[in-house]
Design a protein around this ligand. Sequence first.
Ligand SMILES: Nc1nc2c(c(=O)[nH]1)N[C@H]1C(S)=C(S)[C@@H](COP(=O)(O)O)O[C@H]1N2
Ligand SMILES: [Mo]
Length: 592
Amino acid sequence: MRLRFLATASRQWGLNNRANNGSLHRLLATSSAGPKDDQHNYNSSGEGQQQSSPLYGAVAIGGIGVGYWFFHQLDRMKRKQTEKQLAPSPATVAAAAADDDDDEEEKKARLWHRTKREELPTYSVEDVLRHNTPESRIWITYGLGVYDVTEFAPNHPGGDKILMAAGNAIDPFWAIYQQHNTLQVLQLLETFRIGNLNKIGAINDDDVGDELGSPWAQEPKRHALLKPASKRPFNAEPPIGMLADKFYTPNELFYVRNHLPVPSINPDEYELELVVELSNAQSNRTFNLDDIQKMPKHTVTAAIMCGGNRRSEMTRIKPVKGLSWGPGAVGNAKWSGARLCDVLQAQGVQPDERLHVIFEGADLDPTAHPYGASIPLSKALDPRGDVVLAYEMNDQPLSRDHGYPIRAIVPGTVGARNVKWLTRIVVTDSESDSHWQQNDYKGFSPSTDWDTVDFSLAQAIQAMPVTSAICTPMPEERVKVDKDGCITVRGYAWSGGGRRIERVDLTSDAGKTWHVAQLEQENLPDGRHYGWSLWTARLPISADQQKEQHMEIWAKAVDSSYNVQPEAFENIWNLRGVLANAYHKVKVKLSQ
Ligand SMILES: Nc1nc2c(c(=O)[nH]1)N[C@H]1C(S)=C(S)[C@@H](COP(=O)(O)O)O[C@H]1N2
Ligand SMILES: [Mo]
């Protein structure tokens, strides 16, 4: 087995021989040391990869903000136009005759963004990226077109998303909000045209030209709205404003957290090895994909959340090491596959609280060590634990980024234990010796620093604590107060260990008054409630607050054990920035 890994690793990383590659060896040496490994290039460590361009992250978030806002504006304008069109007019009579002209006009309109307008100046991607505030003006691109949409902003609710905005391509938004891609909208957009982009598609261009044989040459295509926190390995979350739109997160918008290049697995050659190492007996069995798919199919709704979700908020208190995740390193899906408890029981595995189940992935680091993690056997054997060897996500075969052909789904447990591209399961008396089990994904006191930390003293994170996040409005958004004096706030809440969300409380006055949100959740018994809850609240805004114009919304969730989120990050700060579950606080602006 190890030999097979090694051979694959050499191929994957383009190595001829493990022993003669000194630099990669050193890489691993630092890697197992823990904290320092964040400096690696394609390191196998935690969430510390550097972005390929520091601008990119900021721009990505900003661009999404503008794009999102822009589509809401288009929606409003379109509705207005439709209302006008509904009024009886003599033009209706001529409408049939005009139809052909409209077609022609539309054909032309659909070419504009692909056509260079010679009378206008040409801009580079960098030029566009710089136009990300009202002061510098807000630019977006569509195809070859560069558009200045700043004038859309003033006095339009949502327009002030500009403040967190940067220039970016709007193309991916058309793909999702296709109903907006109409003649009127295209015409409207073209009136904002200020120039031509020097290179089409450049802003979302992910092809940095990997040579064949590079470990990154076979990375899957990703949805343009998944904005990378790091590109190699690929780590990305969807726009926060879209996260609470759907109870089941669309597969292509589900956050991706990879530590290594994505392995390419041929389903016909796929093998899953199960090793049971007990003191008195050892057994070994290999399954192919068919074997797993023939077993009784079990489906569970489970949210998967990265241990570093919302790290970007914790790091504001004091820097932490790790990828700067927003609140989008979580998604909710229906997972189907064989139950691990069935597989283990068929192998004669008996309950034993001292044992662990180790999962290994097919993604290998340069020294042929696979990504790995473990969970207690008690979780794996518990039929109410709902651990599955999943081959489907929301009724679709798993995509490569999410673990094709099989991944472990460990409901209620931190993302890191949900091992993708599963190739080996070991039942044994110790936890996984992998970096990610031993020297990462553990919590510490706020006073523990990199000089004093001892990873061996802390428990590996398993069940996650209760958390919630506000998805809309987004930070700095301008929100319109409705006639009844309320605003609508939406978000998600989740707790680990199968604990159902009991309540989500919202305040707009720093806790003087609290308002209970309405929950959308599955009707499942507590202890086995693994999906997230979406929530909606109508939050009353006082006359005084409306005068102030600025305000901060806080959200906190309570789970079925009456665990509640801590108020502030100060007291839960930890050097890896994990378990970042303080109240979610979002500053917005009010408009009448
Ligand atoms: N084989 C393998 N499994 C893995 C990882 C990985 O890098 N390799 N990342 C883990 C982490 S840290 C998280 S948060 C989840 C992310 O799952 P997703 O990419 O499907 O959202 O996968 C986990 N399983
Ligand atoms: Mo993670």
